[in-house]
Write a protein that binds this ligand. Structure first.
Ligand code: ATP
Length: 459
């Protein structure tokens, strides 16, 4: 059964709330725009995405090192990186309601690409095309708005107390470049990977987890000799596609967008956005991949007075160039949910299920006794549950309602296998003693498997 893309996203958001994946942040006080909380199943899925990423890109490679830098950093980092001066978005206000909008997004909604436009060009376009706010009111002149959250540390009132919540994890890697080189003696090319929170005071957070003010990034800074950046760029591009395959995203739902030269960030010589086809929204950024040249290391060398040179085996000194694959965890989670959301018909009723890959599913399997009021069944089922829980950890127990209802509940949260302990398990049919039924989520097919083989079968 097909689901119209228009309301598919609404159904996913409703499922996320109903089944404990994602809740509106601070819900009981009316929420906070741009902030979402992960529920028990959301945090399980989120953690799995992060641990699979870490396995693939850090532990799975010989040329990668992990890092976890502090969120709060000396403010000089953000001056040197150009964020204090330039991490801005164009803002316009509804002159009647004072509501604020991203000018480039408003223009895009009116079919105009505002990438690279100056504030004057935005003003002129708004005037020329008669663009109004979504409520139909006149708009203010465009101005820039810095997206970094500012805060203060300690009790000092002066400028030395000024700090920012990091708007990207990348700078934590650059400022530790020397530390990693000195402590690990890596050979070029090599990379540093980090997963952590980032904060952006987005003017208009919207579209569920797509544009929020607090989010997680999984970022890699890959250090190369300048002469090899193109070759390494191609290798990483393939690795990024493999990551999307591993998330179970189909290739036709992803496209590469080559950012035109005049729209490139000040530090980049080439950037590709990987875009996902979000239902009801269309293709938009899922991850970014930028060649950042030696901009950041040179900027920090200049501002800190510390050398960022790398010494090759033959004594040659150089400041490496950088390739940066940058992934948002929330956008990956959204894409995974959109990709796996399915509806079909079982016994004349609509069934909703998440066809999540087993390595991402919050629960790998659910164990239940056929009937909950038969102690001998419950006891046997508890034994199987404990056996699997010890092995995999993420095993659910469900003895509520009838078996059909349990299947529906587990389907909806993407549990790949449901295991039922029945009277045959206890030996009512001697041939089936100590075997259980495994029911497969996507096909509904059932098979009989010996308890002794369950662990290897579920692996
Ligand atoms: P956009 O153009 O959509 O604002 P960006 O190009 O500014 O994104 P990058 O700076 O390249 O984003 O950040 C890398 C990744 O971090 C993005 O591909 C995205 O997955 C994630 N990300 C960035 N901003 C947000 C946000 N406000 N909410 C959720 N994820 C974000």
């Amino acid at each position: 059964m097909t689901t119209s893309t228009d309301n598919k996203m609404e159904k996913i958001v409703a499922l996320c709330k109903r089944r404990g994946f994602v809740f509106q942040g601070t819900d009981i006080y009316g929420g906070l725009r741009g902030a979402w909380d992960l529920g028990p199943l959301g945090v399980a899925l989120n953690n799995r995405i992060k641990s699979e990423w870490w396995k693939m890109f850090v532990e799975g490679r010989e040329d990668m090192y992990g890092l976890d830098a502090a969120i709060l950093m000396n403010a000089k980092v953000w001056e040197a990186s150009g964020h204090v001066a330039g991490f801005v978005d164009p803002l316009v206000e509804d002159t009647e309601t004072s509501e604020r909008f991203r000018a480039d997004h408003l223009l895009k909604d009116n079919g105009i690409d505002a990438e690279g436009m100056s504030l004057e060009m935005i003003d002129a376009t708004i005037l020329e095309r008669g663009i109004k706010s979504p409520k139909g009111n006149p708009l203010s002149k465009a101005r820039t708005f810095n997206m970094m959250f500012e805060t203060r540390i300690g009790a000092t009132a002066g400028p030395e107390g000024q700090v920012y919540l990091r708007p990207e994890t990348a700078q934590g890697i650059f400022v530790n470049f020397k530390n990693v080189v000195d402590s690990m003696s890596p050979k070029l090319p090599f990379g540093i990977g980090q997963i952590g929170k980032a904060f952006r005071n987005e003017i208009a957070p919207r579209e569920f987890l797509f544009r929020v003010r607090e989010f997680e990034q999984m970022e890699i800074e890959y250090f190369v000799r300048e002469s090899e950046w193109q070759e390494q760029f191609e290798a990483w591009r393939l690795a990024i596609w493999q990551w999307f395959d591993h998330l179970g995203l189909s290739r036709e739902n992803i496209q590469e967008f080559e950012v035109p030269e005049n729209d490139l960030a000040h530090y980049s010589k080439r950037t590709i956005d990987f875009e996902y086809n979000y239902p009801g929204k269309g293709f938009d950024e899922l991850a970014g991949f930028a060649y950042r040249t030696d901009f950041d290391l040179q900027a920090h060398a200049k501002a800190s007075g510390q050398s960022m040179e790398y010494v090759e085996g033959d004594g040659t000194k150089l400041v490496p160039h950088v390739l940066e694959p940058s992934f948002g965890v929330g956008r990956a989670l959204t894409a995974v949910l959109c990709e796996s959301y399915r509806e079909d018909e079982v016994n004349g009723e609509v069934r909703t299920y998440l066809a999540l890959p087993t390595h991402l599913a919050p629960y790998r399997a659910c164990v239940s006794p056929l009937l909950k009021n038969k102690p001998e069944l419950v006891e046997k089922a508890r034994g199987v549950f404990m056996l699997l829980k010890k092995e995999f950890g993420n095993i659910a127990w469900d003895d509520n309602g009838n078996v059909g209802k349990r299947y529906r509940r587990q389907d909806e949260i993407g549990t790949p296998y449901c295991i039922v302990i029945d009277f045959d398990t206890l030996g009512e049919n001697p041939d089936l003693l100590d075997t259980v039924t495994i029911r497969h989520r996507d096909t509904g097919e059932q098979e009989r498997v010996a308890i002794s083989e369950l662990v290897s079968r579920l692996k």
